[in-house]
Write a protein that binds this ligand. Structure first.
Ligand code: ADP
Ligand code: MG
Length: 729
């Protein structure tokens, strides 16, 4: 060799067998990661022993003492010597048993592990015995012969000085105060699932228990006693099932929070085949539905119990059995997601339900879960609902043509509306048959077109991306994997609304305008705005004619518009209802005149399929999240609101930059009313983009191929590369 290494050649290190106690301690550290994992194992053992009452006492977050007492079947005297050895269990004898295992434990590792990282003392008595036995363990073996002692039915296991021999683990845990909170949380979860068992959890020596539940036949009662009435009264019962071996086989039952429930964090209590587990995919899928359907962007409370054939669940994938893997997980998640969605859509029902959900006082007989059955609505009634908060006030007499959406009406208005709403509902109900006989192949073809033109790469981006924020008035910044993209929210929302108009075809909920708006005047407004710059009145006659003809045309088409698109035009030619394309979203009412003009001018009324397509496109354009007509006050647009800086009509604002940039600000006074109106409009739009558009896009949008090339998506950076740049700096 030409180049002799200058350093002396190192011998490879020797491989040797680890001392068994070291191996065990390492393994134990995996099973018992923190005090709460020890509590979980002990409580599960108690449940496996058919206990009906389990109490937990904890000192110093579990580091000083964990004591779990139950009234289960106890442990035989003869088994005590091997109780805490590794791989000793009464629950499994051959590997195949795992396939149908019902007990929570099966590895025979938990107690053994505890003896390697703490001091374990067991007191137990079996049925028919006069006295019990007490014995302590260390490193898997008994420290002494079991001692006879007085005992009450069942088993008590005590762990002292957890992690006494793992200095680093103990130190990190000592600094965190939240282990007791975790233990309380764990017991709360067990308590609402195993409702035939009473649970309690307290700090050692404390008189008051932090979790206290008694056996009850009603799940809601259990939830009430553990999570409080504010949670229990806002729950909706939910069920789903499938029994098709080619897709999925499961049964799910549970409770989910309704729209009145408000929380910053999701609580998801999930049991699969009676095991407390986590399933991130399911949790995320449900959170997305809540974000897309409820206004407050509240995080949900979810209790779900899923039962699957035991052979469909692999329980042995996680050392603490926390995550399980399921056969057909994606199908199951999707099915549950859609059930949650349809339950939430009936938010009015959930409110009525709330009043009966939990008994008002103990004198009223407890409500059992059977009482809470939400009978499904008669089919079709959903489409006639006009939720009161969706009623929008319009004012067509406003000379500026600004038809503002008043999202919050006062109670008086609600009452006034009520009777007319009922009338509207019943009249629509009578007409339902017409819809059912319609031949809808053309709408199905349009939906198939959307599906076949879907770009799979973009679909992945929209369904998995994270919204970062608005980069300017039109582009939002998103992150997908390690890439950042700019996405045109106007194009995206326009397409989404178009697709929604097709998908909800003939099944829309309605936005009720509080003042019916005359078509003729709306069209006149739109026409005048079209040639605002000309400022001439000479062709007013012509405009009148166009308006008259278009209004006439739309009146002729009123029945079809109402039946299929929920666009309601009364016999006097007034527009009074519009469809809801996305829940929680009301379009910018300033754009109504333009929309009505577009219905007259741009819709193809000759051929069915083209007609539906152009109508859906007109709706898409109207409902798209365009920048508000008032300039954005946070930025250059602010100048527009200086007094004397703009004309009477705020729509001039779109061209205002031309006379803003002169820099001669004489007056510092702003048009405050207009300014705050603009601020509200922009803030509301941004809220809708984040909380309605993006969550709904994830669920519903099929991005067409054209979006890959027309500038709707622009990849701006790769985070990997950015990190590299930062590293060099
Ligand atoms: P596993 O639960 O996987 O079988 P463990 O180490 O947790 O393993 O427990 C070992 C055995 O000890 C169990 O199989 C059970 O027979 C017995 N055991 C543990 N805790 C209890 C209890 N609270 N009541 C009765 N038997 C228990
Ligand atoms: Mg166990």
């Amino acid at each position: 060799m030409e180049f002799e290494p200058t350093e002396e050649v190192k011998e490879p290190p020797r491989i040797h067998r680890l001392d068994e106690s070291v191996v065990n301690r390492i393994a134990a550290g995996e099973v018992i990661q923190r005090p709460v994992s020890a509590v979980k194992e002990l409580v599960e053992n108690s449940l496996d022993a058919s206990s009906t009452s389990i109490s937990v006492a904890v000192k110093d977050g579990g580091l000083k003492l964990i004591q779990v007492s139950d009234d289960g079947h106890g442990i035989r005297y003869e088994d005590l010597p091997i109780l805490c050895e590794r791989h000793t269990t009464s629950k499994l004898s051959k590997y195949e048993d795992l396939q149908s295992i019902k007990s929570m434990g099966f590895r025979g590792e938990a107690l053994a592990s505890m003896t390697y990282v703490g001091h374990v003392t067991v007191t137990t008595i079996t049925r028919g015995q006069l006295h019990g036995y007490r014995v302590s363990y260390r490193d898997g073996v008994m420290e002494h012969e079991p001692k006879a002692c007085a005992a009450v039915k069942g088993t008590q296991i005590m762990i002292e000085n957890l992690f006494y021999n793992m200095i680093a683990r103990r130190k990190t845990l000592q600094n965190s105060t939240d282990d007791y909170t975790k233990i309380v949380d764990l017991l709360s979860r067990f308590a609402i699932h195993h409702i035939d068992v009473g649970f309690s959890c307290r700090k050692h020596g404390a008189a008051r228990a932090d979790v206290h539940s008694v056996a009850t036949p009603s799940r809601l009662n259990a939830i009430k006693s553990v999570y409080g009435i504010s949670v229990a009264q806002n729950l909706i019962k939910i069920e789903a099932a499938d029994n098709d071996p080619s897709s999925s086989v499961f049964e799910m039952a549970g409770f989910i929070s309704n729209s009145n429930y408000v929380a910053k964090k999701t609580t998801m209590v999930l049991f699969i085949n009676d095991r407390l587990v986590e399933c991130t995919a399911l949790k995320r899928a449900i959170e997305v539905v809540y974000a897309a359907t409820l206004p407050k962007a509240s995080k949900p409370f979810i209790y779900m119990s899923i039962i699957l054939p035991p052979e469909h669940v692999d329980v042995n994938v996680h050392p603490t059995k926390r995550e399980v893997s399921l056969l057909n997980q994606e199908v199951i998640v999707e099915k549950i997601q859609s059930v949650v969605e349809s339950m939430l859509r009936n938010s009015d029902e959930s409110r009525t339900f709330q009043e009966q959900a939990v008994e008002a006082s103990p004198s009223v007989p407890p409500v059992t879960s059977n009482d809470l059955d939400l009978s499904p609505l008669p089919s079709g009634s959903k489409s006639q609902k006009v939720p009161v908060h969706k009623i929008v006030r319009t004012d067509s007499s406003d000379p500026a043509g600004r038809l503002h959406a008043y999202l919050y009406n006062n109670t008086q208005k609600h009452l006034e509306r009520d009777s007319s709403l009922t009338a509207v509902r019943s009249s629509v109900r009578q007409r339902r048959n017409l819809k059912e006989t319609a031949d809808l192949t053309s709408i199905q073809e349009l939906i198939n077109d959307v599906d076949s033109k879907c770009h799979s790469g973009l679909l992945d981006i929209v369904s998995k991306c994270t919204y970062v924020g608005m980069a300017d008035d039109v582009f939002a910044l998103l992150q997908h994997n390690t890439h950042l993209y700019l996405a045109n929210v106007v194009n995206l929302s326009k397409e989404l609304m178009y697709q929604q108009a097709l998908r909800r075809f003939a099944h829309f909920n309605a936005i009720q305008l509080s003042e019916p708006a005359p078509l003729h005047e709306l069209i006149m407004l739109a026409l005048k705005e079209e040639d605002l710059d000309l400022e001439s009145n000479e062709n007013d006659d012509l405009k009148e004619k166009i308006a008259e003809m278009n209004a006439q045309l739309l009146r002729q088409k009123a029945e079809m518009l109402e039946e299929y698109f929920c666009i309601f035009i009364d016999s006097d030619g007034n527009l009074s209802r519009l469809p809801i394309l996305l829940d929680q979203y009301i379009p910018d009412m300033d754009r109504v005149p333009e929309f009505v003009l577009c219905l007259g001018n741009d819709v193809d009324w000759e051929e069915e399929k083209k007609c539906f397509q152009s109508l859906a496109a007109a709706l898409g354009n109207f409902y798209a999240m365009h920048p508000p007509l008032l300039p954005n006050p946070s930025g250059k647009g602010l100048e527009f609101y200086r007094k004397g800086k703009h004309g009477k009509n705020p729509r001039d604002g779109e061209n205002s930059s031309s006379h803003v940039g002169d820099g001669v600000a004489i007056e510092d006074e702003f048009e405050h009313e207009l300014l705050s109106e603009a601020e509200t409009a922009w803030a509301q739009r941004e809220w809708s983009i984040q909380h309605v558009l993006f969550p709904s896009m994830r669920l519903f949008l099929k991005p067409p191929n054209s979006m890959a090339v027309n500038g709707t998506f622009v990849r701006v950076a790769s985070l990997e590369k950015l990190y590299k740049v930062f590293e060099r700096c």
